[in-house]
Design a protein around this ligand. Structure first.
Ligand SMILES: [Fe+2]
Ligand SMILES: [Fe+2]
Length: 439
């Protein structure tokens, strides 16, 4: 007998057709920390295994009526694949023992009669290995489970990170929307102011908006940054705002017709324009463009006589657009675009930056190509109540006091129709709204 105790209780099954032998084996295990099962045939042994698949050590006699030890052990593998199997044989049954080892997954064979110490040592060793194997299996199950948990955690973390990113994106978009709304409000106010200013002189109506349309198109064509395009747009809308100090008489004359005192005043308008907007937050860059919109490429412009690249790019663009709109208006009706384009070309290198001509020409031609052929359309005058979505204005819509509210060619949507109706309450025009019709 041995004094070493097994750490955890392992289940042991003894199978033998002789009750006496089962009795001695059971006695042999009295001091061992094992739970013993006995069966007197292979068939009974299988039944016990089915009910106790955790059995870790199986000791079976080879010679039994019915199922032989080899057959029983072979079948036991299906029920308890991890168990350690020991076969008991007489000396005469060595072949059967070898069979058992080869086919029955038997770990060891022992001869009958056995030595008690050897038997105990063998069972103890089998139990130890079985326990080790199950501990390993338990450990690897734990590791697998923990890995799965870790994976789940990391997926949850990823999900949380994604949710947070989404949240930040949403907030960012909301901020951008507010920013955009603010910018639109500023632009609307500036447009209204620019229109208001042009009320003084019928001949220049729509000039600022036209210059803004052309200059922005050129800036876009040149792929300038969004900020620069916006600055050029704003500066175009206000480029002549400094003319507010000119007398009505001077305002209606061309530059060539001005008397010397008037000319002096006139030449101050870019500067006055800059000063007027300089105090407005975000308008300082636009102010610089306003200041330089009358500079010439050869340095003979005003107010600073800058030449070439020293003139800010936006101001050079506005100068061309400004010249274009003023010239087009004085050109009559025939071949206006070609005649004006020829004049712009003539001014290259002298008045205008030759590098700007190509984007300028492309943008202007595209803008004119988009303008519908007026002869293809007629118009009707409608009261505001009969306006519908998708109608197109055939004339500028102006309030009763002649403020430009919407430009001709504007496509009506519910918001714009609402705006027109509001002006019929606030400052009613004397006529209806002119809408384009197909001829
Ligand atoms: Fe000007
Ligand atoms: Fe102008």
């Amino acid at each position: 007998m041995t004094d070493i105790k097994m750490e955890t209780s392992v289940q042991v099954l003894f199978v033998d057709d002789e009750r006496k032998i089962l009795g001695s084996l059971r006695r042999l295990m009295l001091d061992e920390d094992v739970q013993v099962f006995t069966a007197s045939s292979g068939e009974d042994g299988l039944e016990i295994l089915r009910n106790n698949p955790e059995i870790g050590v199986i000791v079976s006699d080879q010679r039994m009526p019915g199922l032989s030890g080899v057959s029983f052990l072979k079948q036991s593998r299906n029920i308890a694949p991890d168990a350690y199997r020991i076969v008991l044989t007489g000396y005469a049954d060595m072949y059967a023992a070898m069979d058992a080892i080869n086919q029955g997954g038997v770990w060891r064979y022992m001869t009958k009669p056995w030595n008690d110490d050897d038997m105990v040592a063998a069972i103890r060793e089998a139990a130890r290995q079985y326990r080790l194997r199950s501990e390993n299996r338990n450990l690897s199950e734990i590791v697998t489970r923990q890995n799965a948990e870790l994976k789940q955690w990391s997926e949850q973390l990823q999900l949380m990170a994604q949710e947070q990113t989404l949240e930040i994106q949403k907030k960012d978009e909301a901020l951008k929307t507010v920013e955009l709304q603010k910018r639109r409000a500023v632009l609307d106010a500036i447009r209204a102011f620019s229109d208001l200013f042009e009320l003084r002189d019928r001949t220049v109506r729509g000039h600022a908006r036209n210059v803004a349309e052309i200059a922005s198109a050129v800036a876009r064509e040149m792929k300038l940054s969004k900020d620069e395009i916006e600055t050029i747009h704003l500066a175009s809308l206000l480029h002549d705002v400094g003319k507010i100090r000119l007398s009505d008489g001077a305002l209606q004359k061309s530059m060539e017709e001005l008397e010397s005192k008037e000319l002096q005043e006139y030449k101050l308008h870019p500067l006055r324009g800059q000063v007027a907007v300089d105090t407005i937050e975000g308008m300082r860059n636009a102010g610089v463009l306003i200041r330089h919109h009358h500079e010439w490429h050869n340095g003979q412009g005003f107010p600073d006589g800058y030449r070439g690249e020293k003139i800010p790019r936006g101001a050079r663009i506005i100068a061309m657009a400004d010249f274009w709109d003023r010239t087009v208006k004085s050109m009559g009706k025939e071949n206006v675009v070609e005649k004006t384009m020829a004049l712009v070309k003539e001014g290259l290198g002298r008045r205008f930056d030759p590098k700007l001509f190509s984007p300028f020409e492309k943008s202007v031609r595209e803008l004119y190509a988009k303008r519908p052929d007026r002869s293809a359309y007629g118009e009707i005058e409608l009261p505001p109540t009969r306006l519908k979505e998708k109608m197109v204005l055939s004339r500028d819509f102006r309030s009763g006091t002649d403020i430009l509210i919407l430009k001709k060619r504007t496509l009506l949507d519910p918001k714009k129709i609402e705006l027109i109706k509001r002006y019929y309450l606030l400052d009613p025009p004397k006529c209806g709204v002119f809408i384009r019709t197909k001829k």
